[in-house]
Design a protein around this ligand. Structure first.
Ligand code: K2U
Ligand code: NI
Length: 184
């Protein structure tokens, strides 16, 4: 099973490379990696297992965060009652439509690959349509807004070599762009 020791930290070049397109049919190795990534997120959201294995909770994990430069991310988003509202492997994901209106989390963002707090708003499109492939290679289009849109943009950014703090306004980290929504 994947543990925190398997998570690549900032400073490692693999986090700054554009990941390679995933080809289909998936190799057994790529299938196993996808399963391991989703299992990591599930374990990280389970209080007992997270404590036992010292896992930081995660709602998303990109393959290059475990050192594999492939365009795939696992996303596992629970709602306030811990009901899963999104459980997807995003393979070769692309944002094909995005709103002008921006959104940012009021408490800023963190990252499993960044072992420090970097304060500031991370402006992201409030509404996006993504196109990706599932494990069978079928193309799926999904429109997301608010928190789910933020998580998927954070993960797709990883696959393109970006980290959340690249998007924080350096002059004024808490600058609120026109019409930007702040999500508490
Ligand atoms: O490093 C990652 O990609 C996983 C991040 C994803 C993420 C961070 C901030 C905003 C959106 C997505 C981890 O999930 S950070 C820890 C976390 C855990 C639960 C809820 C929010 C953030
Ligand atoms: Ni991250």
């Amino acid at each position: 099973m994947l543990l925190m020791k398997d998570i690549v930290r900032e400073g490692n070049d693999v986090l700054r490379k554009v990941t390679d397109e995933v080809t289909f049919p998936l190799s057994d190795e790529t299938k196993k990696l996808a399963e391991d990534m989703m299992t990591f997120l599930k374990n990280s959201q389970n209080p007992e297992l997270a404590k036992k294995h010292q896992l930081r909770p995660g709602v998303g994990l990109a393959a290059n965060q475990v050192g594999v430069s492939k365009a795939m991310s696992a996303v596992l988003i629970p709602d306030a009652d811990d009901n899963i509202i999104m459980e997807e492997m995003l393979i070769n994901p692309k944002v094909i439509r995005q709103s002008v209106r921006k959104v940012a989390l009021g408490e800023g963002e963190g990252c499993l690959s960044v072992d420090r707090n970097v304060p500031g708003y991370v402006p992201r499109a409030n509404k996006i349509t993504i196109r990706y492939q599932n494990m069978d290679g079928e193309f799926i289009e999904k429109t997301l807004k608010g928190y789910e849109a933020i998580v998927c943009q954070h993960e797709i950014d990883h696959l393109n070599g970006h980290l959340f703090y690249d998007r924080i306004n350096q002059e004024n980290p808490f600058f609120v762009e026109t019409n930007m929504l702040i999500l508490e």
